[in-house]
Design a protein around this ligand. Structure first.
Ligand code: SAM
Length: 241
């Protein structure tokens, strides 16, 4: 997969050289490039913004500068992502869908955002998604790009050493939050690891984890319980639901 991220603060994307994404890049599993939008600005001051048409506070990013940049980066198979708090909420399902795309371009807005004609124009040529990482307002799209790149990259084949890790986790196929996890030492700060986990009884461990996942999801995210697929609920679950 190739991912291009365009920003006026390319240094903000430096963490994409670290940890899981950094290793995936080094292994050639993702070809990730970060670009400075100002490289496509034509005036002496590398201006990328202007005042809002119709008045109002702040500045808006110019469509012509974005257009020159995106024309150079997009192909027919590109999925263009435009982070914005007014976009569709980014979820694990979004990450899964994007992980199947051959090429993502992420256009990081700043100020009051990017002139709306940019999304409209590219929507006539390629797939465009205006996407929000949550119901709050950030100063720019870079933090959203970091979130999306990491969530997508960890789903690419070969990136996570043990693909089993992707099966039993929150927001996965079972629709539940993950059960609590523990490691050594067995006793810490007067707290013991639940005895069932050291019993060696795999059936009981599986049942305990499922029960904990159900209990935790009911308490923290009742909306996920409401949305559970009846086909994934087993007889043992019913006592808890
Ligand atoms: N005026 C815009 C509004 O009210 O919808 C907010 C602009 S915000 C200050 C500047 C940029 O931050 C946006 O263009 C977008 O790239 C990014 N941004 C802010 N909040 C975001 C969120 N929740 N999800 C994704 N991107 C966000």
């Amino acid at each position: 997969m190739r991912i291009d991220v365009v920003s006026i603060f390319p240094d903000y994307l430096a963490p994409l050289g670290l940890s899981l994404v950094g290793k995936a890049r080094a292994a050639g599993l993702v070809d990730l490039r970060v670009h400075d939008l100002r490289a496509w600005a034509v005036d002496r001051h590398h201006t990328v913004d202007d005042t809002p048409t119709g008045g109002g506070a702040g500045m808006v990013m110019r469509p012509d500068v974005w257009g020159t940049a995106l024309d150079e980066l997009v192909t027919d198979t590109t999925h263009l992502l435009i982070p914005t708090p007014s976009g569709a909420t980014f979820t694990q399902r979004t990450a899964e869908a994007l992980a199947a795309a051959p090429h993502l371009v992420i256009a990081c807005g700043r100020y009051e955002g990017i002139d709306a004609r940019v999304a409209a124009h590219y929507r006539t040529r390629i797939q465009v998604t205006e996407v929000s990482i949550g119901d709050y307002v950030l100063g720019g799209g870079e933090a959203a790009a970091l979130v999306m790149v990491e969530a997508v990259t960890r789903l690419l084949p070969g990136v996570i050493g043990n693909p089993e890790s992707l099966v039993e986790e929150s927001h996965g196929a079972d629709g539940l939050l993950e059960y609590p996890v523990f490691t050594r030492p067995v006793t810490w700060a007067g707290l013991d690891v639940p005895a069932v986990l050291t019993s060696g009884h795999h059936g009981k461990i599986t049942r305990w984890r499922r029960d904990e996942a159900l209990t935790r999801t009911s308490a923290r995210r009742p909306d996920l319980i409401e949305a559970l697929d009846a086909a994934t609920v087993d007889r043992g679950d019913l006592a808890l639901l």
